[in-house]
Write a protein that binds this ligand. Structure first.
Ligand code: PLP
Length: 360
């Protein structure tokens, strides 16, 4: 069986060393030393000003929306994981979907202005598959209309634009360190902002709104992460370069083998690097996708229609709206297996099956 993804697991002995440490301290959560160390490590690695380690990428988004005091409508992409949209609704705001660019698969900045209304307070855009949005165009529109910008960078760990971290763009960026992500701490998320006041506010919000032993500065929730999760993040950090380079190697091998596939890959931001987060093809037709998927299924090779269906047409708590490009892409997009341990032979086998299925 070949899954579409497999969480990276470091040698257990390395993790056990951290467990011994945790046991000796008897400090399991509440901004412990490992969580702080992880924050410093990631802050340095990503070269960002301020960063907070939180429970997961969804809570990171909720904290971002709450901290920016957003209300009314938030312009967002229908082509993302459900947490992008659900966080908006959870925080009492209304998503206003704007269709995606058919080449980059990110929100199409040229369609944003037409969607701005008197109730619009922000833009929440996802760097889909780690491919940076057109951050310059979005920031320009946001400034012109006095809107806040949040980037959902759940997939974008380690990506840079114009030589600086993608997480430095927008008022707040978030990231997910979920087990399926290329770099993970089993569960986990990051909130990144250049604004130190905002960071302080989110740090209080992450801890129930508590600002001192007996004072509250804001409405809060429990967005802290534990020492056990931070330890996983620290151990995995030692493997990060190897993980990314292996994932990129695999990506290249797929590309080489699948030169004749009847599909396109997302057009990547030209001033940016790839991080090997996902292996994505937009097939020529949904019929071809279903054919390839069922061939692979029959060999217990699992793929994922990520993201399908479009968020704009499938959420029971929102009225459906047609999004021509997203609806079409969502029907034709397929993620293939990609994880550190996937072997070259397995990649070659998957590719042979795909080409055979396509040409039959
Ligand atoms: C685009 C996007 N946003 C948000 C999330 C939520 O992250 P988490 O699973 O860490 O809550 C995910 C998770 O897969 C995601 O893909």
């Amino acid at each position: 069986m070949i899954p579409v993804t497999k969480p990276f697991l470091p040698p257990i002995e390395d993790y056990k060393k951290y467990l011994d440490d945790i046991w000796s301290r008897n400090w399991l959560t509440n901004m412990g030393p490992l969580a702080s160390k992880l924050e410093m490590t990631l802050k340095d690695y990503l070269s960002v000003n301020h960063l907070l380690y939180v429970t997961n990428g969804t809570v990171a988004l909720q904290l971002a929306i709450k901290a920016l005091e957003l209300n009314g409508e938030i312009i967002t992409t229908p082509f993302s994981f459900v947490a992008t949209t659900s966080s908006i609704v959870w925080e009492g705001c209304m998503p206003k979907f704007v269709d995606i660019d058919p080449h980059t698969l990110n929100i199409d900045p040229s369609k944003i202005e037409a969607a701005i209304g008197p109730d619009t307070s922000a833009i929440l855009a996802t760097h889909v598959y780690g491919n940076p949005c057109d951050v310059e165009a979005i920031d320009k529109i946001a400034k012109k209309h006095n809107l806040k910008v949040i980037y959902d960078g759940a997939h974008a760990f380690g990506v840079k634009v114009n030589g600086k971290s993608i997480f430095e763009y927008g008022d707040i960026s978030t990231c997910s360190l979920h087990a399926t992500k290329l770099y993970h701490s089993a569960e986990g998320g990051l909130v990144i902002t250049k604004d130190s006041e905002l960071l302080k506010k989110i740090a209080h919000m992450r801890n129930f709104g508590i600002s001192g032993y007996s004072s509250f500065s804001d409405l809060g929730l429990n967005g802290k992460n534990s020492e056990l999760h931070a330890a996983m993040g620290l151990v995995n950090f030692d493997w990060l370069e190897r993980i990314i380079s292996r994932r990129l190697e695999i990506t290249e091998r797929y590309a080489e083998n699948l030169k004749n596939i009847k599909a396109k890959v997302p057009v990547w931001h030209k001033n940016s690097n790839q991080n090997g987060a996902y292996l994505v093809y937009v097939l020529e037709s949904e019929d071809l996708l279903l054919k390839i998927k069922s061939t692979l299924d029959s060999f217990e090779i699992f793929t994922r229609r990520y993201f399908y269906p479009s968020l704009s047409s499938s959420l029971p708590y929102l009225s459906p709206v047609d999004m021509e490009i997203t609806d079409d892409i969502a029907r034709r997009v397929l993620c293939l297996p990609l994880y550190y341990e996937l072997t070259n032979d397995e990649v070659d086998w998957i590719c042979r099956l795909i080409l055979r299925s396509q040409n039959n």
